[in-house]
Design a protein around this ligand. Structure first.
Ligand code: TYM
Length: 333
């Protein structure tokens, strides 16, 4: 059976190593698998759940697209488009919000984190955001959704919504219940300054993350300044739960090389941090700097980027508009 892949990334600026290792690197690997159809979406409707400057948003949509292409996505192999250009996503979100239950959404931990203490002031969109995500996924009959661990709960909600729709409207198997694809070697890439916080585009400190647009000097500087501890590198058997920064750096190193953390531990067991950091920044420069250079080059070619989105949107529209029509028929419109 062929796999249908769908995933999305918000165009909110500062795409970072967490987005790359947690998601985009897997997008590229899946794109190159046999019998696999991939749809990758720049989720601009999700971005406006928090305040955006229109000029910045426009720029960030292009930058996210450039990061996709620079990382190895190919518009001839995958459908690449931006969410707001396919109206079925918003229509589907409304319909599915009448299927989803308040109690389900109230459990979403990301809303609690993002809304913070003053949740009365959060937008309704931020609360309903996982329903839009379900619409994205379900419109394409997606079988698999590659995401970072922080999106796992949203995927479970999507599965619940699909099952509830199929039951309520007596349409067995109509909405396909997707499987999450979450890589196993780490759960999240964490901040370089605090190993207990996830690496995030909204962290005020730029030193907390490696951006996909960072040049060689920035990458080296950020790894040199990354927090560690006073002990030597761990022995191969050491449990790293109490050394979150060290665990994170070893996981970054291992996933860049597609090797197990166990193997990396053996490589550096008992050595100095400076040796390890040097290997790590050299590896990061080797993998990330070409992406960074390519992003800058692509951003100078706006016409090319616009064309990719236009063609991608046409293809996405063809699939999604058919599915939304079927959905409307089923519910009695
Ligand atoms: P977003 O834009 O926050 O993140 C994009 C992808 O990057 C992953 N990610 C991470 N992985 C590991 N470590 C980190 N520190 C880290 N930070 C981010 C995220 O898990 C995600 O896979 N709601 C989604 C976008 C979305 C979507 C969808 C995803 C909208 N519709 C449909 C899948 C299917 C989001 O805000 O991701």
């Amino acid at each position: 059976m062929s796999k249908k892949i769908f995933s999305g990334v918000q165009p909110s600026g500062n795409l970072h190593l967490g987005n790359y290792l947690g998601a985009i690197k897997n997008f590229v690997e899946l794109q190159n698998e046999k019998n696999t159809e991939c749809v990758y979406c720049i989720v601009d409707l999700h971005a406006i759940t928090v305040k955006q400057d229109p000029k910045e948003l426009r720029k960030n949509i292009k930058e996210t697209l450039a990061a996709f292409i620079a990382s190895g996505l190919n518009e001839k192999k995958s459908i690449i488009f931006n969410q707001s250009s396919v109206p079925a996503h918003s229509e589907g979100a409304w319909i599915l919000s009448c299927v989803a239950r308040m109690g389900w959404l109230n459990r979403m931990t990301q809303f609690k984190e993002k809304a913070g203490k003053d949740k009365e002031k959060a937008s309704v969109g931020l609360y309903a955001y996982p329903v839009l995500m379900a619409s994205d996924i379900l419109l394409y009959d997606s079988t698999h959704v590659p995401v970072g661990n922080d999106q796992k709960q949203h995927l479970e909600l999507c599965r619940d919504i699909a099952q509830r729709f199929n039951n309520d409207f007596e349409a067995p198997n109509f909405l396909k219940v997707p499987e999450p694809l979450i890589q196993k070697s780490f759960s999240r890439i964490m901040s370089l300054k605090d190993g207990t916080k996830k690496m995030s585009k909204s962290d005020p400190s730029d030193l907390s993350r490696i951006n996909l647009t960072d040049d060689k000097d920035k990458i080296i500087n950020k790894i040199k300044k990354a927090k560690t501890d006073t002990l030597p590198m761990p022995s191969s058997e050491e449990n790293l739960e109490n050394r979150p920064e060290v665990k994170n750096l070893l996981e970054i190193y291992s996933s860049l090389l597609n090797q197990s953390v166990e193997k990396s531990k053996i490589e550096f067991s008992g050595k100095n941090f400076s040796d390890f950091k040097e290997k790590l920044f050299n590896l990061l420069v080797e993998k990330i700097e070409p992406i960074s250079r390519e992003i800058k080059k692509l951003l100078d070619n706006e016409k090319y980027l616009d064309e990719i989105l236009l063609k991608g949107s046409e293809k996405a529209n063809e699939i999604a508009s058919k599915k939304i029509l079927e959905i409307k028929k089923i519910i009695g419109f």
